[in-house]
Design a protein around this ligand. Structure first.
Ligand code: ADP
Length: 397
């Protein structure tokens, strides 16, 4: 059922209410006028009769004339009243139509806007009036929606592309395997390669799911005051083996407790991705330096490697989904182009920011900044955490 059939338009309703209000006011006004006129006529009549020079016949005649004049006044008022109301209603209707015409235009414009025509905008006839301001606000919302849709489309296209590559490889290996009889060792090798691609697919699908949960705000965070040194220490412990495989050394410089309120698991994932990149993109037998400290009331972690670094024009884009400076190299290293996108989400959801620093020498430096726990509560917790850590270290745990 169309909205138009549901009831009279705003224009008709406005005119109706306006005419009714005017009608009631005019009735009150006409009654008051009639009563005042009648009172005045009666007083004049009484004055003339009191002057005493009127005969009985003339008195009756005077009274009849006053009655007749009052009747004429009443007729004028009764007939004039609907006429005035009708004229005022017609004028009101025309005015309401003029005032509401931009809304009809908005309705027409809105009908043109669909998911694939999100670039269309509502016409703003007068940006200073209420309807113009409403249209401008809707246009701003449309621009945001257009951006999100474009991002979603890009993401879907990139994700499909990413998924297609391992699927094509699996298919290719399968076809080669079926093309001619092979030895058991050859089949084993082929199955091994297929499983590698399946692993890659599984990781990719898991990451995509995590990102889609993150986008939907469906990741439940459990934020608690934590020492950043602890998180960095855990990451170094987990990725130490990977670095050793490439003869790399990870040096952790964390002299003092740095208390921040974060979700440990989420932030750890961010740091894992950054250190993993430093290992992947740093040369063999090089060093990776992780510094944990404070600056400008913020908790800081920087990860520096000795690789080729990140060119200025790519420094912001590396945090975009599926962006890679060197796609072939990233794939060979097992990357999907999503690690830093996840890291960015993880840091921002914890109230911080992440960026690639401008460097003068070689190598890349990724910096995370998080709000520090301030006040006596923060320092107390920091002292407790530091004491607990020292006691664990003393006991060799
Ligand atoms: P990937 O899985 O490809 O590593 P990321 O999102 O982690 O995806 O990183 C995006 C891109 O940023 C990488 O493909 C790489 O080109 C670049 N990059 C990230 N970290 C570094 C680094 N430490 N040194 C050089 N380039 C890097």
């Amino acid at each position: 059922m169309s909205a138009r059939r549901r009831g009279p338009s705003i224009r008709a309703r406005l005119t109706g209410w306006y005419a009714l209000a005017l009608f009631v006011m005019l009735i009150v006004y006409a009654t008051a006028t009639f009563l005042a006129v009648r009172h005045e006529f009666r007083e004049q009549l009484e004055d003339e009769l009191a002057a005493g020079d009127a005969s009985d016949g003339r008195a009756t005649h005077l009274e009849a004339r006053v009655q007749q004049q009052l009747g004429e006044v009443a007729v004028v008022l009764v007939l004039g009243l609907p006429l005035v109301v009708i004229m005022a209603a017609a004028g009101g209707y025309i005015l309401a139509r003029r005032a509401l015409a931009p809304i009809d235009q908005l309705a027409l414009d809105t009908r043109r806007i669909t998911a694939d025509r999100l670039h269309e905008r509502l016409s703003v006839i007068n940006s200073k009036d209420e309807i113009g301001r409403l249209a401008s606000e809707i246009n701003v919302a449309l621009a945001r929606l257009e951006g999100s849709f474009a991002q979603l489309r890009r993401f879907t296209a990139d994700a499909s592309h990413e998924l297609r590559t391992p699927l094509a490889v699996i298919r290719g290996i399968g076809e080669v395997g079926l093309g001619a009889p092979r030895t058991p060792a050859e089949y084993q090798e082929m199955i091994g390669s297929m499983l590698e691609e399946v692993d890659r697919l599984t990781t990719l699908v898991d990451t995509l799911l995590r990102l889609s949960h993150a986008d939907a705000g469906a990741v439940a965070l459990s934020r608690e005051p934590l020492d950043l040194r602890q998180v960095a220490g855990e990451v170094v412990a987990s990725l130490g083996v990977l670095a050793e495989d490439r003869d790399q050394r990870i040096r952790l410089d964390a002299a003092r407790p740095v208390m921040v309120v974060i979700d440990r698991v989420v932030l750890r994932e961010a740091l894992m991705n950054i250190v993993d990149n430093a290992i992947k993109y740093g040369p063999r037998a090089s060093a990776i330096d992780i510094w944990v400290g404070t600056a400008d009331q913020r908790g800081i972690v920087t990860v520096r490697d000795e690789g080729a670094g990140i060119a200025a024009e790519h420094r912001e884009r590396i945090f975009d989904r599926f962006f890679r400076v060197d796609e072939a190299r990233s794939r060979t290293a097992g990357g999907s182009g999503l690690g830093l996108a996840i890291a960015k989400w993880a840091v921002e959801v914890n109230g911080g920011r992440i960026f690639a620093e401008e460097t003068t020498g070689g190598g890349a430096v990724i910096r995370i900044e998080l709000p520090l726990v301030t006040g006596p509560e923060g320092s107390e917790r920091a002292a407790n955490v530091a004491a607990r850590r020292e006691s664990l270290e003393e006991r060799g745990i």
